[in-house]
Design a protein. Structure first.
Length: 263
């Protein structure tokens, strides 16, 4: 289990300064937002990350459009952007690209009794996942399905639902990421959900129950980490949370706190 942090949480006037700080504060990886800038500068960014002694853990979303929109041009935009970010993730040596199927409510129509909006979403998403998984595999990276909590999406909300999608696609380019904040809202038990996710889980987002830094809320990280150990998880866990206080003090503190919960 390796610790990473989203680049946007780290103070610094340059990318080099941010990366040097992360390394000095006890982090092994960095997660980048999937901006156009990152896509266009993947090779340079990789060199800077390596120079700091870090690894790019993941690329987080950043694509425009939506694969589950009724407008074909909106779907095409999403497919094109996701493919470009998968290429960038491969160039960066990242484990994968984090992908949320849809934010908010459904955009497809309810065609009951033929198909409900949810059934249409399931079928359409499966079709796109079958197209995107081989792209991820070709780029030596993963498309990481991220379930969100009920206030952010109506669709993919629990780890077992993401696993079910992966099992249907059955391709090496697809996997699941587990965000402990969303899970603390949607799952009955963090360790049980992690055990059910098993080998499909290839990335983790870390935030406490209040979406602040781990250690600032009441999430039981120790039992979640014990379950991650049980499933043989060796990938990155990246901070995605609010940073209270002075990050120059609280980000190193969070790394120490998290390591204390791993033993
Ligand atoms: C959104 O709440 C989230 O957790 C992100 O990782 C999705 O881009
Ligand atoms: Mn997340």
């Amino acid at each position: 289990m390796k610790l990473a942090c989203q680049d946007g949480l780290v103070p610094g006037d340059s990318l080099e300064e941010k990366l040097d700080r992360l390394a000095a504060w006890g982090y092994e990886g960095v997660e980048f937002w999937g901006s156009d800038w990152l896509v266009e500068n993947a090779e340079t960014v990789r060199q800077k990350v390596e120079k700091a002694g870090l690894t790019v853990s993941t690329v987080c979303a950043g694509y425009r459009g939506s694969l589950l929109d009724p407008d074909p041009s909106v779907r095409q935009q999403a497919q094109k952007d996701i493919e470009a970010r998968l290429r960038a993730a491969g160039q960066l040596g990242a484990v994968g690209l984090i992908f949320v199927p849809i934010f908010g409510g459904p955009r497809l129509p309810d065609l009951s009794p033929f198909r409900s909006a949810l059934q249409l979403e399931d079928e359409l998403l499966l079709l796109y996942l079958e197209r995107l998984a081989p792209v991820a595999e070709r780029e030596h990276t993963l498309l990481l399905l991220e379930p969100l909590n009920r206030y952010e999406t109506h669709y993919l909300r629990r780890v077992e639902q993401a696993v079910a999608l992966c099992e249907k696609v059955q391709a090496p380019g697809i996997a699941v990421m587990a965000d402990l904040f969303h899970m603390s809202i949607e799952e009955a038990s963090l360790p049980d959900a992690i055990r059910a996710g098993g080998r499909w889980i290839r990335h983790v987002h870390l935030a406490d129950s209040n979406r602040l830094l781990p250690g600032w809320g009441h999430t039981d990280f120790r039992s979640a980490f014990a379950a991650l150990k049980e499933i043989g998880f060796t990938d990155f866990m990246a901070l995605e949370c609010g940073v209270p206080g002075d990050p120059r003090e609280t980000l190193p503190q969070a790394a120490s706190f998290l390591r204390s919960q791993m033993t």
